[in-house]
Design a protein. Structure first.
Length: 176
């Protein structure tokens, strides 16, 4: 995919990123989260939150663009976990337009996030993924990340949805 461009996100990308994110949630999490929760996700409200948080210190937002259209988004920054080490970065999100899954967009975004994190001095990447999201788990495992044994629940409309944490040395993430 030679015409794929990964670049820093701009404020003008917020609405498109929110559309991708919500379509991604509805596609990937159907049957894993309560459907009313997924149905209640609002693109405009999500875009407004994204714009409000845009430019937060240490947070890097990237988009993948294909033919002038934003088709994916990744975000990483300081690790929010209490047990994080000084050299840990957290991958907050990787979302690809569901019509583009399997085309290399996600790999390109993850590779760029890992490269930028390593260049910023981090040495390990952490991320959270739904325990039953097997497609995402396979994606991260192929990219060099593995479950580290840490789990926590995500609350979706009062329903506890288990998440597992993945970790990997940045030197290995995305190199496969």
């Amino acid at each position: 995919m030679t015409d794929l461009l990964v670049r820093e996100m701009t404020l003008a990308d917020c609405l498109r990123v929110s559309r991708i994110r919500i379509r991604g949630w509805r596609s990937a999490y159907a049957g894993l989260m309560p459907q009313p929760y997924l149905d209640g996700l609002d693109v405009a409200a999500d875009a407004a939150r994204r714009a409000e948080r845009f430019g937060a210190p240490g947070v890097v937002n990237l988009v993948a663009e294909l033919g002038g259209e934003v088709v994916g988004w990744a975000c990483h920054g300081p690790c929010r976990d209490d047990d994080a080490r000084a050299g840990d970065v957290e991958l907050y999100a990787v979302y690809v337009d569901p019509d583009r899954i399997g085309t290399g967009v996600g790999r390109a975004l993850l590779r760029e996030s890992a490269g930028r994190s390593a260049a910023a001095g981090y040495d390990r990447m952490l991320l959270w993924v739904l325990e039953r999201n097997t497609r995402a788990r396979r994606f991260y495992e192929r990219a060099g990340l593995t479950p580290d044994g840490t789990e926590e629940p995500f609350d979706a409309d009062g329903v506890s949805v288990p998440e597992v944490r993945y970790a990997g040395a940045l030197a290995d993430v995305g190199s496969r």
